[in-house]
Design a protein around this ligand. Structure first.
Ligand code: SF4
Length: 488
């Protein structure tokens, strides 16, 4: 998904990591794992670490992983166990208070529980959970639903964190791939539907968990398996233990957009590499939506690359590099302003006239949300001399917002909302437009049972009971100030 102005398309959600590894440099490992997960969130980063039996030290700040942590920070964190988080705000605004890991403590004396928590997903019953906890006297310092989970666990009367998790999970609704640490163990769990990913890995004699297996590749850990929906894994001095908490008969709803766009192509999901699945999406797209007479296939870099390759191979139309990418682009906190926007700020890439001039192009992108960027791309290519521009999307039309942890824009902002494909093509200014079908997506990812996935942003079928337009982040953000002021 291209975002030259930094604000287009669905925002990546969050990435989490956890490791129990006395004798290893756990904070440094967490740093590099977060570095590998940076694509899942660029607004804030944080690591919490502890020596066994000691206090949990948490460092978190707005910014990229490389901006938040310096060498001396990692040395100061140290620790035998650590968790980490990169964030894009889905619930709660982009403020320091909403960065993670969330650090909570409750109780006193022998009943005191201190924990740090990192969460990827979105609770759809956050408002109810928030009200219930406030009624019990629990206070909050952020507008993040992750603090609700942390508060529920920290204040829970159960003797062990595992028992607290086992009791709290059935009370939560929505998507929550979560890591929690106390001063002697890391506990990781996924919601019963398994909406967001989480993988289990081994680093020497140490166990670790991460949102995606690409984090393991980066630190030299081995990918063992996915954490199952509704499963709780405990990493501590006893090694690895696992407990099924959620109803094993619950409907699974793994996010199909992880395959299409969010996850890194070198991550393993559903038993295969995403790079291969994305190439297959391009091949199926070429079959479903050929472009006879086209001269060249080009990708919208980088996320369109694998599907463009698949399209080119399957169609026999050669592939070329139509764009030059700025390799050093990172999300900027400086907004371009009206003047630069008007002139079409090209932060991310520029077209190559030598390649596209006079050509009929098939332009492959992974998805189109609001369409502003795609319009710019079409215009840039025409300005560079392209004779025809045939847009192809390796995702179906996105027509519905996500309530499970991905900021997708509102329905009204989506270019496919209330428009036919021809109307969208006219709006984008391209000669033709076609989308991969949902059936084609499932064929490409080799999903034996599409009913075990979520595809609500395409189909409108929200798989989790209790999902409504009113729940999720918007309701929480608007109700929190009221709840807080009422309590003062
Ligand atoms: S609505 Fe879309 S982005 Fe959200 S979980 Fe479902 S498939 Fe994924």
């Amino acid at each position: 998904m291209a975002d030259p102005d930094g604000r287009e398309g669905p925002r990546d959600e969050c990435g989490v990591f956890g490791i129990y590894g006395p004798g290893h440099e756990v904070s440094r490992l967490a740093y590099f794992a977060l570095f590998a997960l940076q694509h899942r969130g660029q607004e804030s980063a944080g690591i919490a670490a502890a020596d066994t039996g000691g206090y949990i030290i948490t460092q978190r700040a707005l910014g990229l992983v490389s901006q938040v942590f310096k060498e001396h920070d990692l040395q100061a964190l140290g620790g035998d166990l650590a968790i980490g988080h990169v964030r894009y705000s889905t619930t709660g605004s982009n403020e320091w208070e909403n960065s993670q890991p969330v650090h909570r403590s409750a109780g006193s004396g022998g009943n005191r529980r201190e924990l740090a928590l990192a969460h990827n997903g979105n609770l759809i019953n956050a408002v109810e959970m928030h009200a219930k906890l406030r009624a019990q006297g629990v206070t909050f310092s952020s507008t993040s639903d992750s603090e609700i989970i942390a508060a529920a666990l920290a204040s829970h009367p159960a003797e062990t964190i595992e028992d607290a998790v086992a009791d709290v999970i059935p009370q939560l609704r929505g998507a929550f791939s979560t890591v929690v640490m106390t001063n002697d163990k890391v506990v990781a769990f996924r919601d019963p539907a398994g909406v967001r990913p989480m993988a289990l890995g081994k680093f020497g004699d140490a166990w670790c968990v991460a949102s995606e297996s690409c984090a393991f590749l980066t630190i030299g850990a081995e990918y063992v398996r996915d954490v199952a929906p509704g499963e709780m894994v405990v990493l501590d001095a006893d090694g690895l233990t696992s407990r099924q908490i959620g109803d094993p008969a619950a409907r699974e709803a793994f996010c199909v957009f992880e395959y299409i766009y969010f996850a890194r192509p070198d991550s393993q999901m559903g038993g295969g590499s995403l790079q291969v699945a994305r190439e297959r999406m391009g091949a199926v797209l070429a079959r479903e939506a050929p472009a006879p007479g086209a001269d060249l296939v080009i990708a919208v870099p980088d996320s369109g690359n694998p599907a463009a390759r698949g399209y080119s191979r399957a169609s026999g139309i050669p592939q070329g590099e139509g764009f030059v990418k700025n390799r050093y682009i990172a999300r900027t906190f400086i907004q371009p302003g009206q003047e630069l926007r008007k002139h079409g700020l090209r932060l991310k890439f520029n077209p190559l006239p030598e390649v596209v001039d006079g050509k009929s192009l098939v332009v492959v992108d992974d998805s189109i949300v609001r369409g502003n960027t795609t319009r710019q791309i079409v215009q840039m290519l025409r300005d560079a001399g392209a004779r025809e521009v045939h847009m192809r999307s390796s995702a179906p039309p996105i027509k519905n917002p996500c309530h499970y942890g991905v900021d997708m824009s509102t329905r009204e902002e989506m270019v496919a909302h209330n428009r036919t494909v021809d109307e969208i093509a006219a709006h984008l200014g391209c000669d033709s437009l076609a989308y991969l079908s949902l059936t084609g997506v499932y064929e490409a990812v080799g999903a034996a049972d599409p009913g075990r996935h979520c595809d609500a942003c395409f189909s409108g079928n929200y798989p989790l009971q209790g999902t409504t337009e009113a729940n999720g982040k918007f309701a929480l953000e608007t109700s929190l100030p009221l709840a807080q002021s009422a309590a003062r």
